[in-house]
Ligand binder design. Sequence first.
Ligand code: SF4
Length: 247
Amino acid sequence: MKSKNKEEKKILRDMCTRCGTCCMKGGPVLHNQDKKILVSGYVGYHHLVTIRKDELAFNPLKNRIEPSETELIKIKGKGNDWSCYFYNVKESSCIIYENRFLECRLLKCWDNSDLISIIGRDTLMRKDIINRDDPILSIIETHEKECPFNEINNLLYALPQEKNKSKLLVKLKDYVNKDITIRSYALSELGLKSEFEPFIFGRPLFKILSAYGISVHMSKDILRWYLPEPEDPLSGISEIKQKGRET
Ligand code: SF4
């Protein structure tokens, strides 16, 4: 009976009631049509996060989480929450409503056909937004080459079945270290602002690993991480000095 009422409400609704559910599920992916909002200055690099190619992401077309077929730029969440950065919970409103993005304008929770029609089409990538003379582009290229997500995924998929995990964990640690080293170089040597880091390099690998049960913590300027190794659990603990990073 309860589910029938829910279904009726779903069918009867034909306008936004500002419940906020959509905005709290996460910010939109940006499309070419959104470039003008970035150019106008309403939204900056510090509002963005990059989903790298092959990074796990929710695919609304298949209604499941899977490796992203392409690089995507999203509006970031608040803290550890994916709730859209621009959503004002107290007011149940979007603080950039007049300049909201294509996906936000097409999103209707009672009928997702318009939104579905543009998913994966004309989406923006970092190179579409960053000035082509900016030296950070070559660092991004190095980062992609040194820390490719498809190879990291292969290691993560193989890990649960692998009897001798040590070899895989060493490779994984190597990727984590490279990811950190490249980010630190960009922050300390190129003067990259830390608030731009999620857009320039995506989420740090050590944070992403926690979704796989591999726990990594940053405390002050020291990163402590634990990769479970059945033979000798303590041998997975490492400390890496970090410079110019707060989180
Ligand atoms: S930009 Fe505005 S409308 Fe779009 S998800 Fe964020 S809060 Fe909601």
